[in-house]
Design a protein around this ligand. Structure first.
Ligand code: CDP
Ligand code: CDP
Length: 212
């Protein structure tokens, strides 16, 4: 009975985690979960239920009541929702409420790739392959700015850079499941890599691991 293959991909905002994860899922037939969406959906719900401010009890209730359809809601990728996601993500009861869903997802027979901040450290510490994807602050800000400017042409690079820096600092400094590489994670710096080159490096690691 072959063990179910799990790939854990962590790293700071806009490093390329989602792009690499989606490509690996397509190539190897793995199921893919962007775990940031769980926190973004919780943040959006908490903002709405709290009429624009985030209150811990409201955020915890929102996380416990999260439904699959909430993960495809409009507006999850905006800057303010990213900010709300990182605020609710620092609440231990919110993280606890989202844990079982992520572990069950990882156990699918097809194998799975999960991307986030704590996949290799907390959610799937026994993952077969752990990647910590990074890129320089400037490059990450430029990439995220290019994405957000498509729907919001007025957004500035400085604003995006400030948002990412604040969110990364909050994610790295929280006590529960902070953003940091697992001891056995492989670092993949995508600063100078094209998307195809980053995917090829990640795929090579998986192929090597699978072939033992
Ligand atoms: O999931 P995460 O926030 O880490 O990043 P992403 O959404 O995969 O990537 C952020 C943006 O950077 C996307 O628009 C990607 O197409 C782009 N990207 C890139 O230009 N070069 C790479 N090597 C990886 C991603
Ligand atoms: O795409 P990007 O990297 O900008 O963010 P995301 O992956 O959608 O995550 C949004 C926020 O959710 C992060 O800034 C973290 O605060 C939180 N998050 C987390 O705490 N743990 C995860 N496994 C995934 C996301």
């Amino acid at each position: 009975f072959p063990k179910r293959f799990v790939v854990a991909i962590d790293g700071p905002a806009a490093a390329g985690k989602g792009t690499i994860s989606r490509a690996l899922a397509a190539r190897y037939g793995f199921a893919h979960l962007d775990t940031g969406l769980l926190y973004r959906a919780t943040g959006l719900k908490a903002l709405r239920d709290g009429h624009g401010t985030i209150d811990a009890p409201v955020a915890i209730a929102a996380a416990r009541a999260l439904r699959p359809e909430d993960l495809t809601a409009d507006g999850l990728r905006t800057g303010p929702v990213g900010e709300a996601a990182s605020v609710v993500a620092a609440i231990p009861e919110v993280r606890q409420a989202l844990l079982d869903f992520q572990r069950a997802f990882a156990a699918q027979p097809s194998g799975a790739v999960l991307d986030g901040r704590d996949i290799g450290t907390v959610i799937c510490p026994d993952a077969d392959v752990k990647l910590f994807v990074t890129a320089s602050d400037a490059v990450r800000a430029r990439r995220r700015h290019a994405e957000l400017a498509k729907s919001n042409p007025a957004i500035t690079l400085e604003e995006v850079a400030g948002d990412l820096a604040r969110r990364d600092a909050r994610d790295a400094q929280r006590t529960d499941a902070p953003l940091k590489p697992a001891d056995d994670a492989l670092l993949l710096d995508t600063t100078e890599l094209t998307i195809d080159a980053a995917i090829a490096e990640a795929a090579a690691l998986i192929t090597r691991k699978r072939e033992g």
